[in-house]
Design a protein around this ligand. Structure first.
Ligand code: HSE
Length: 436
């Protein structure tokens, strides 16, 4: 059988990894795919570098339009990133009847509905294993391996940069800004780390997983997104004393009223396996009604780990390219006409537990006032920590862990607490999930 021909758009870290792994494991991959997979064309603005990286084995062009319209190309691999040019090229590739492989979570989380519809109409595949958790085959697991299940919830550490920062903050007891600078120096964090530290990258990935898990459209605009920039080393320390770790989690949860889709720093019991995922590693915990909890762990970024996911998609497409489009695995796991419009809940309707820290005057009745406010809001206390004031101080921290309640109730209780003369400044609130 003649080789399937691939055109790469961009040959940076992931593109060169894809070229190298495909070459190194070509024979093994061919035994699996049933056909040779050949990178025939590469589009990159730096044509000289692209030539060097590919040892002159592919046609190199500096205009990606030449790849997405080329009659010999069967699959276009989009590794440019962003929503602008990448979107135009993906749409053009689809319009030209090419299958597409992309690692671009931002693009799919925001424009996925339009892209998948165009692909459906044209009868081509859009594969995106590399878009979520890099080399961890979580898309395959959710879409195929767990297909018997009603997925109940997903909770993932799906951004390596922030997990690295949180691990360092905990181990070294240092504050966010200091660790971020160190992470940038070591190359773990981008020069502009906004997407990572503000939780946007994790929210893109959580959005994609929510669609596959629940059969709803991708709706990044409805996701609640909170990063780690305001997190203090003090809270990591107190959480530890109470038996918890703080992780930036991407959560997608089915509830009777709708779907919770949220990214925020979260306390999780230190004894859970996922709480012990450290450094730049990723992990996704999935709760299915039949299988129970399953955990997927591995490298969420990097040249060859991400290439591993890109090539898995290339093999899938190679195997299915000749199949009737109606008999392929649907892009988002559910048949396009079986998607539902189950609402994504606003954050005020989300139910979770909370960690609260407040600085209070050390005088009689303070604790009683605070617990009264919680009792009046029917919020139950799970645990409490109060230290004696430091030498010469008249104020001290109180830390309270609550049982589950809705965000709107805790918010109302917090404003009442902040109104007490004995509570100084703002109450720090971090959400808490038992993940049991
Ligand atoms: N920047 C991401 C991370 C990897 O830090 O995990 C690509 O999504």
């Amino acid at each position: 059988m003649k080789p399937i021909k691939v055109g790469l758009l961009g040959i940076g870290t992931v593109g060169s990894g894809t070229f190298n792994v495909l070459k190194r494991n070509q024979e093994e991959i061919m035994r699996r795919a049933g056909r040779r997979i050949e990178i025939a064309m590469v589009a990159d603005l730096n044509t000289e570098r692209a030539k060097e990286l590919t040892n002159g084995e592919c046609e190199i062009v500096n205009d990606a339009n030449l790849v997405v319209t080329h009659p010999d190309i069967d699959i276009v691999v989009e590794l440019i990133g962003g929503y602008g040019i990448a979107k135009d090229l993906v749409m053009k590739a689809i319009a030209n009847g090419k299958h597409v492989v992309t690692a671009n979570k931002a693009l799919l989380a925001t424009h996925g509905t339009e892209i998948f519809r165009a692909a459906q109409d044209k009868g081509v595949m859009v594969a995106f294993e590399a878009a979520v958790a890099g080399g961890v085959p979580i898309i395959k697991a959710l879409r195929e391996g767990l297909t018997a299940n009603r997925i109940e919830w997903i909770a993932g550490i799906i951004n390596g940069t922030t997990n690295f920062i949180l691990s360092e903050m905990r181990e070294k007891g240092i504050d966010f800004d200091v660790v971020l600078k160190e992470a940038q120096r070591l190359g773990y964090a981008e020069a502009d780390p906004t997407f990572d530290i503000e939780g946007i990258d994790a929210a893109h990935k959580a959005t994609i997983m929510s669609a596959i898990a629940f059969g709803v459209p991708v709706q990044f605009d409805k996701a609640y997104v909170e990063g780690i920039t305001k997190l203090q080393a003090t809270d990591i320390r107190y959480a530890e004393q109470l038996g918890y770790r703080i992780k930036l989690l991407g959560i997608a949860k089915r509830t009777p009223n709708g779907i919770e889709l949220r990214v925020h720093p979260t306390l999780i019991p230190a004894k859970r396996l996922i709480a012990n995922v450290e450094g730049a590693m990723n992990a996704v915990l999935v709760q299915g009604d039949a299988v129970g909890a399953t955990l997927y762990y591995g490298k969420g970024a990097g040249s060859e780990p991400t290439a591993s996911a890109v090539i898995a998609d290339l093999v899938d497409i190679t195997r299915l390219a000749t199949a009737d489009p109606n008999h392929r695995v649907p892009h988002l796991a559910f048949q396009p006409d079986a998607m539902t419009d189950t609402p994504i809940l606003p954050m005020s309707e989300v139910t979770t537990s909370y960690y609260l820290r407040m600085l209070v005057a050390d005088q009689p009745g303070v604790l009683a006032d605070i617990t009264r406010i919680l009792a009046d809001s029917t919020i139950s206390i799970d645990a409490m920590l109060q230290k004696e004031p430091a030498e010469g101080e008249t104020s001290t921290d109180i830390i309270i862990l609550t049982h589950q309640t809705q965000e709107k109730y805790i918010e109302a209780a917090i404003s009442k607490m902040e109104g007490l003369a004995t509570v100084k400044g703002k109450v720090t609130k971090i959400r808490l999930e038992q993940l049991s």
